[in-house]
Design a protein around this ligand. Structure first.
Ligand code: PLP
Length: 524
């Protein structure tokens, strides 16, 4: 046997798990943790020993070494590059994650965001030196108001959920200005989890509106629940198109019902991709809606960049929008930073500064490069692509709501797997072996074993053909009883099936050296 004690610990520990000597599988290189890679005494820089000095921390100084992993610069570099290559990304392939709108991030947007006039400024710079940046934020907001038919916009929220919080804080402020303390918020069962979470965070009592047989919300049901909580209904939070991928056909009557009950209508606008340039939520009676720039407006999403959740507000809620506000005057753009400085009644501040500048630049570049007709076509193509996926799969997979056309995403349930031993989870894991990111699964909760596919407009027909052909092949394997492709999946990924429940419930966030090493250290 070869004595490999001298090998880096990574190699020695990983070797037995892999069929190759190195533990690597062709160009897929196994990557241990930084802590396993590091070796005492290694460093990326030469720092001279400091001269003797008297600490001035009054006894608070650290007593032991920090225990950071010690690596050379190339080792650290390779570690992170290898990890980055294990990620799946929208730049690598289709990412059919329903409700997330994972679309291509055009490179033009990146160029614009890197212009020094946008990238190298500071939020505390004198206002007269950042007039162009303020103009861009102002114009970006004006376009969002025009597209949604709303009176005003708060640009600072930094994610969809943050935008929901902003909208609901405006509702709270508007109710307070009316001298009312209403406590109930209605949320349909098909809602995104952030909706009830936002309401609960603000101290509201969440009352669920059950979904109808057809997956949509009935205005009559909203009316009934409002009557039951008469005088106490603060708002309804509804997603449209909803998370089943369906346009709420009774949305105007729902808005009337909530307004008659004295409440406000919050619409979760994360699914705006389906109706952009087609429907203006303001015309439907919406009072507040967040827009995910990182979904509909193509700014990077997930690991690629921060989110941005501007929130548009109706006439009724506009006066309560948070600070800062940008005012256009004869002398240029003015930044309103305090309540005393304006006639409105802002409820406060959501963030230290003005929001995600880089995302505003990207979103604005996207709007300008598409134009009004291009943005309308985005919605048309997004809906077309989802319905193409539906048409290619509906004979083999089961549609819970076959009577409604799909909007920008198509929802299947697991009844087509009923006679097999394959579950929704197995099916999604088998997709990984085929080189596809799984669709959203087990959401929305209103159908059993949900599989929610959102292709977005940026997928070509060729890409959708390969995707749907692969899914067809998987369904046929499952129904033919070939369970080996599913129960063991993923078989070819760097990591096999994980215990996701334990990972979520009992996360191990701290690395401890293997006991052998710890003993050796103790003996030293
Ligand atoms: C993505 C999404 C949200 C939340 O947006 P974040 O930016 O992730 O906070 C809310 N509602 C719906 C329907 C969504 O799809």
């Amino acid at each position: 046997m070869v004595n490999d004690d001298h090998l880096a610990p990574s190699l020695a520990t990983l070797k037995p798990k892999r069929p190759t000597f190195s533990g690597n599988k062709a160009l897929e290189i196994s990557e241990p943790l930084l802590f396993e890679l590091g070796r005492d005494g290694v460093s990326g820089v030469d720092i001279e020993e400091s001269e003797a000095f008297t600490p001035r921390l009054g006894g608070q100084e650290r007593q032991a070494a920090l225990d950071l992993p010690a690596l050379s610069e190339p080792e650290a570099m390779r570690h992170y590059v290898r990890l980055s290559q294990k990620n799946y990304a929208i730049d690598m392939g289709i990412y059919p994650l329903g409700s997330c709108t994972m679309k291509h991030n055009p490179r033009l947007n990146e160029e614009m965001a890197r212009l020094p006039g946008f990238a190298d400024i500071h939020p505390l710079q004198p206002v007269d030196t950042v007039q162009g940046a303020l103009e861009l934020i102002h114009e970006c907001g004006r376009y969002l108001c025009t597209l949604t038919g709303m009176a005003s916009v708060a640009m600072s929220p930094k994610a969809g959920a943050h935008g929901e919080l902003c909208g609901m804080m405006s509702v709270k402020a508007a109710l307070a200005a009316r001298g009312e303390d209403r406590r109930t918020v209605l949320v349909p069962a098909s809602a995104h989890g952030t909706n009830p979470a936002t309401a609960a965070l603000l101290g509201f009592k969440v009352v669920t509106v059950p979904a109808g047989e057809d997956g949509t919300v009935a205005a009559e049901m909203v009316r009934e629940i409002c009557a039951k909580h008469e005088g106490d209904v603060a708002a309804l939070m509804l997603t449209n198109p909803n998370t089943c991928g369906l346009f709420e056909p009774q949305i105007v009557a729902i808005a009337e019902a909530i307004h008659e009950a004295g409440g406000y209508f919050y619409c979760d606008g994360a699914n705006l991709n389906a109706i952009l340039g087609k429907v203006r939520p303001g015309d439907l009676g919406v009072d507040a809606m967040h827009i995910n720039l990182h979904k509909t407006f193509s700014t990077p999403h997930g690991g690629g960049g921060p989110g941005a959740g501007p929130t548009v507000l109706s006439e009724a809620l506009a006066p309560f929008a948070p600070l800062p506000l940008i005012a256009k005057t004869e002398a240029g753009y003015r930044l309103v930073e305090t309540a005393e400085d304006c006639e409105e009644k802002p409820f406060g501040r959501m963030t230290a500064f003005h929001g995600q500048m880089g995302m505003f630049v990207r979103a604005f570049a996207w709007m300008l490069s598409h134009g009004a007709d291009g943005m309308r076509q985005v919605a048309e193509d997004a809906v077309l692509n989802a319905n193409y996926v539906r048409a290619r799969l509906q004979d083999l997979m089961s549609l819970p709501f076959p009577d409604h056309p799909s909007m920008h995403e198509v929802l299947f349930d697991e009844s087509f797997l009923e006679e097999t031993e394959v579950t929704t989870l197995d099916f999604a894991k088998a997709m990984i072996d085929e080189g596809f990111h799984p669709m959203t699964m087990y959401f929305p909760l209103v159908v059993k074993g949900a599989m929610l596919i959102e292709p977005t407009e940026s997928e070509s027909r060729a890409s959708l053909d390969l995707f749907t052909a692969t899914l067809r092949d998987l369904v046929m394997a499952a129904t033919a009883g070939d369970t080996s492709r599913f129960v063991d999946a993923p078989r070819f990924a760097p990591r096999r099936r994980l215990d996701e429940t334990s990972a979520a419930r009992k996360p191990v966030l701290r690395w401890t050296p293997p006991s052998g090493e710890a003993d050796a250290e103790a003996a030293e």
